[in-house]
Design a protein around this ligand. Sequence first.
Ligand code: BGP
Length: 473
Amino acid sequence: MKGAKIKFPENFLWGGAIAANQCEGAFDEDGKGLSVQDVTPRGIFGPPTEAPTPDNLKLKGIDFYHRYREDIALFAEMGFRALRVSVAWSRIYPNGDDECPNEKGLQFYDSLFDECLRRGMQPVVTISHYETPLNLARRYDGWRSRALIGFYERYVRTLFARYGKKVRYWLTFNEINSLLHAPFTSGGIATEKSRLTEQDLYQAAHHELVASALATKIAHETMPDAKVGCMILSMPLYPLTPAPDDVIAAMDAEHKNDFYGDVHVRGEYPGYMLRYFRERGIRIEFADGDAEMLKNTVDFVSFSYYMSACATADDRVPRGRGNIIGGVPNPYLPQSAWGWQIDPQGLRYVLNRFYDRYRKPLFIVENGLGAEDKLVRKDGELTVEDDYRIDYMRAHLKQVAEAIADGVEVMGYTAWGCIDLVSATTAEMRKRYGMIYVDRNDDGSGTLARYKKKSFYWYRDVIASGGKSLEGE
Ligand code: BGP
């Protein structure tokens, strides 16, 4: 097949994405309570500490809390039409179960969203991005408890009432399918992972799914123009060989992730999951009204995409590293310095697969390359010659164009970590995604000054040309 002519829709939401816990810093300012991230200095898979420790880079982030105006000005220079951010739940409800919200926290996001709008960017807001208030984890075991639905409801009602006129695009839970793999970070579940059964985890997932549907219902009732999306960690799992056993293993592995999108879009539990539960004696407790609530389905499907992996029926084949879920390495693909396999065509594959399955607009809300950058001086300016990042983004955006040519409805693309921030899985600063370099090192040192990388100018040209500049490259 010939490469498609590059044609992105007129109103395509070009932009970038960040998350509060990885960039804001100011972890205890203006009444903010602690979140699960404030006690995980080693990243998603590291053990939590009792209290925040000085080596936790996330406590300081990149000081976005104080520098957001300057950073948004840089995003505007790149021509962003959308900025995906998250609200730190514990800025609004410091303990999660408080009766009243923290006004100072609310004011911060008022100013942040105003600044986005003033600069011509639609805020795309993740309501819960790995930032469950720590008190909800310690006191209730996070989403294992049904009580969390009520606390989340209070929180979203507060957000919708306050920001309904400023924010149109809402995402309910970041990478909701990561709950099984990272229960503390993703679900605020304090019980150690090794002691949790599948029953425990799927019950927690059920609570999140009900909460997500409830948020969608409230949004639709209170904000007629709002669009609500689910957010899925996408990672296509190819069969390692054409052996039918591997094909079925891949289908089963895909189903484990599809479950979440299927409930969000179809409004009910899919048959393959009911079978899985039945055969393992897992009984999901549905409260009265839950089945009805799940029928409040989303307007669009958003997802992160970094890599693909393989699945096999052969348990002896070792698994590789990757974005939370992981899988068996694909012998045909190169990998990043962190072992994440690079597969631009996988993005076209995912877009087609989701569109075939859901027939809903799709939004790529995370994609990018985590790499080590070297600051150099060029024409008197400090910069990074990050051709590797440009190559990654170009190859992926070209595949987005292919999917659009295939007829897939794509709403937008927000590049992950458009400004360097602290890594989620490893809590490092040296794993950088940005088109803007931030002078902060793993030991916490650095001036926090921002420098434009080569990719900054490249992305600016891509956006300005509506993707056309990719054609000649
Ligand atoms: C996703 C998260 C992000 C982000 C990204 C990159 O799973 O939603 O928060 O961090 O992965 O991961 P990392 O920072 O570990 O490279």
